[in-house]
Design a protein around this ligand. Structure first.
Ligand code: FAD
Ligand code: NAI
Length: 475
C-alpha cells in the first residue's frame, strides 16, 4: 500500500516548499518531492532560486560590490587600501556557504511543519479513486499518492539553438556562478536580468564584459526614463552592451568562444571571449513529469496550462511558479504557493499580479511596481508624473551614491498611484513601501503626507510623490 498524502508537492523551490509549508500549517498531511542534488549527491532544497539563482547571485553581487568599493570608492572616504587582492575561490566558497545555510533552513522548516520530504524525481504514474499516484525515482524509490497535487517544477536556462551548454566555456546561470578565475574577456547573450546581474559581477571583478542583445531597446519592459538612466551608469562602469544584434554561429574552441553576429548597422562582427554566458530566458521544467500518464495539459512552450487560480486541466491538480504563465520570480512563485494551499483548504487565496515588484540587483539597482509611463500612454490613461533625483537626497550624498531617481505615476483625476519606478541605491528595499501603497490603493498625496525619517533614501519616494503635484521641497 503506497503512502497516502492530502497534498503532494512536486518541486522544492520557492513555489513548492512554501506551498508545502502553508498546506501543512493548514492541517494537511503533506509530502514534497525534489530532485536537486548538492555536490555530494545529497538533497539541496530551495530549487533554482536557492541553488543557482537569487541567493548565490546576490552573494556574488555583494562580494563583487565590496571589491569594487575597495578598488574605486574607499579612497574618497580617506581610506587607503594597499595591496588589494582577490581570492575568487574564497568568494565562491562563501557563496556556497550562503546557499547551504538556505538549503539547511528549508530542511529545518520541513521538520518544524511536519512536511515529509522525498529526494528524487516525481512523475505522474496513474490516477485512481480520486487519488494521483506519483512515482518517485532517485535517492528515494517508491510510489506515493496524493489527493491534491501541486506541480512546482520550475524552469531551466534556455540554450541558444545549436549551442548546448558545456558549463565550461558556454555557461548557463549555473556555470556563470562557478567561474573559477576572472575571465579576461566575458561575453553574454541577452541583456535581461541575468545578463545585467552576472555581467556586473564579473565586470566589477575585472573582466572585459560585452553583452549582445537582440532587441533594439535596452530593458524594453522597464520604464524608459529609468532604463536610460541605468544604461548611462552601466556605460560608465565599462559594461559594453550592443543592442539590436543578430547572433549567428557560436564556435566553442579550446582557447575560448567566438560569436559571429550582425550589429545594429547590419555589419558582420565577431566577438572573441574566454567564456560565454547565455541568458536569453528560461523554459518550464515539464520533461520529467510524465504528464501524458494522466492527461495533464501543457501549452506549446511546455508550461503547465492553468487558470487564474493556478488550477491545471485535471481536478485537484494545481501548478505554480516558473512552470506556469506569468513573471518568473521567486516571490511570485511563493505567493501562488500560499494562495493554492489556502484554496485547497477552501479559503480565498489571492495573488495581485498588478503589484508584483521587480528588482534588478545591479548598481544602481532598478526596481519597479505597476505600470510604466509607456504602458499608460499606450492605454490612453491620463496620468501625472513626479520624479526626484537621489542627487538631491542627503542620505544618498552621505552614502556617496547619488545615481538615479524615484519616479511616481498617478492617475490624473483620482491621484491613485499607478506605478513607481526607481533606479538608484537600495531600490530593492525602497520599492516595498510603494507596493504597500499600491495594495492599499493609496494616492500620491498619501505618500506625500506621510512622515519619512531623515536622512533616509525613502525621503526620495516622498519627494517624488510631492513632485506629482509639482511641490518638491528639496529640489
Ligand atoms: P524552481 O526554483 O526552479 O524550483 C523547482 C524545483 O523543482 C527544483 O529544485 C527542481 O530540481 C525541482 N524539480 C523539477 N522537476 C522535478 C520533478 N519532476 N521531480 C522532483 N523535482 C523536480 N527571482 C527573484 O524573484 N529574485 C531574484 O533575485 C532572482 N534571481 C535569479 C537569478 C538567477 C541567476 C536565476 C536563474 C533566477 C533568478 N530568479 C530570481 C528567478 C527565480 O529563481 C525563479 O523565479 C524561482 O526559482 C521559481 O521558483 P519555482 O519554485 O517555480 O521553481
Ligand atoms: P530575460 O527574459 O530577463 O532576458 C533575456 C534577454 O535576452 C532579453 O532581453 C531578450 O531580448 C534577449 N534575447 C533573447 N534571445 C536572444 C538572442 N537569440 N540573441 C540576443 N538576445 C536575445 O531572461 P534571463 O536574463 O535569462 O532571466 C530569466 C528570468 O529569470 C528573468 O526573466 C527573471 O524572471 C528571472 N530572474 C530574475 C532576477 C531578479 O528578479 N533579480 C534575476 C535573474 C533572473
Amino acid at each position: 500500500m503506497s503512502k497516502q498524502f492530502d497534498v503532494v508537492v512536486i518541486g522544492g523551490g520557492p513555489g513548492g516548499y512554501i506551498a508545502a509549508i502553508r498546506a501543512a500549517q493548514l492541517g494537511f498531511n503533506v509530502a514534497c518531492i525534489d530532485e536537486w542534488k548538492n555536490a555530494n549527491g545529497g538533497p539541496a532544497l530551495g530549487g533554482t532560486c536557492t541553488n543557482v539563482g537569487c541567493i548565490p547571485s546576490k552573494a556574488l553581487l555583494q562580494s563583487s560590490e565590496h571589491f569594487d568599493h575597495a578598488s574605486h570608492h574607499f579612497a574618497e572616504h580617506g581610506i587607503e587600501v594597499k595591496g588589494l587582492g582577490l581570492d575568487v575561490a574564497k568568494m565562491l566558497g562563501r557563496k556556497d556557504t550562503v546557499v547551504k545555510q538556505n538549503n539547511d533552513g528549508i530542511v529545518y522548516l520541513f521538520k518544524k511543519n511536519k512536511v515529509t520530504f522525498f529526494h528524487g524525481r516525481g512523475s505522474f504514474a496513474a490516477t485512481r479513486d480520486g487519488l494521483y499516484d506519483i512515482q518517485v525515482t532517485g535517492a528515494a524509490e517508491e510510489t506515493i499518492s496524493g489527493k491534491h497535487i501541486i506541480v512546482a517544477t520550475g524552469s531551466s536556462a534556455r540554450a541558444l539553438p545549436g549551442t548546448p551548454f558545456d558549463e565550461e566555456n558556454i555557461l548557463s546561470n549555473d556555470g556563470a556562478l562557478r567561474i573559477g578565475a576572472v575571465p579576461k574577456k566575458l561575453g553574454l547573450i541577452g541583456s535581461g536580468v541575468i545578463g545585467l546581474e552576472m555581467g556586473s559581477v564579473w565586470r566589477r571583478l575585472g573582466a572585459e564584459v560585452t553583452v549582445l542583445e537582440g532587441l533594439p531597446t535596452f530593458l524594453g519592459a522597464v520604464d524608459q526614463q529609468i532604463a536610460k538612466e541605468a544604461k548611462k551608469a552601466f556605460d560608465k562602469q565599462g559594461l559594453k552592451i550592443a543592442l539590436g544584434v543578430k547572433v549567428g554561429e557560436v564556435k566553442n574552441g579550446k582557447k575560448g568562444v567566438s560569436v559571429a553576429y550582425t550589429d545594429a548597422k547590419g555589419e558582420a562582427q565577431t566577438l572573441e571571449v574566454d567564456k560565454l554566458i547565455i541568458s536569453i530566458g528560461r523554459v518550464a521544467n515539464t520533461q520529467g513529469l510524465n504528464p501524458e500518464a494522466v492527461g495533464l495539459k501543457l501549452d506549446e512552450r511546455g508550461a503547465v496550462v492553468v487558470d487564474d487560480e493556478c488550477k491545471a486541466s485535471l481536478p485537484n491538480v494545481w501548478a505554480i511558479g516558473d512552470v506556469v504563465r506569468g513573471p518568473m520570480l521567486a516571490h511570485k512563485a511563493e505567493e501562488e504557493g500560499v494562495a493554492v494551499a489556502e484554496r485547497i483548504a477552501g479559503q480565498h487565496g489571492h495573488v495581485n499580479f498588478n503589484t508584483i515588484p521587480w528588482v534588478i540587483y545591479t548598481n544602481p539597482e532598478i526596481a519597479w511596481v505597476g505600470q510604466t509611463e509607456e504602458q499608460l500612454k499606450a492605454a490612453g490613461r491620463a496620468y501625472k508624473a513626479g520624479t526626484f533625483p537621489f542627487m538631491a537626497n542627503g542620505r544618498a550624498r552621505a552614502l556617496g551614491d547619488t545615481t538615479g531617481m524615484v519616479k511616481m505615476l498617478a492617475d490624473a483625476t483620482t491621484d491613485e498611484i499607478l506605478g513607481v519606478h526607481i533606479v538608484g541605491p537600495m531600490a530593492s528595499e525602497l520599492i516595498a513601501e510603494c507596493v504597500v501603497a499600491m495594495e492599499f490603493r493609496a494616492s500620491s498625496e498619501d505618500i506625500a503626507r506621510i512622515c519619512h525619517a531623515h536622512p533616509s533614501l525613502s525621503e526620495a519616494t516622498k519627494e517624488a510623490a510631492l513632485a506629482v503635484d509639482k511641490r518638491t521641497l528639496n529640489f
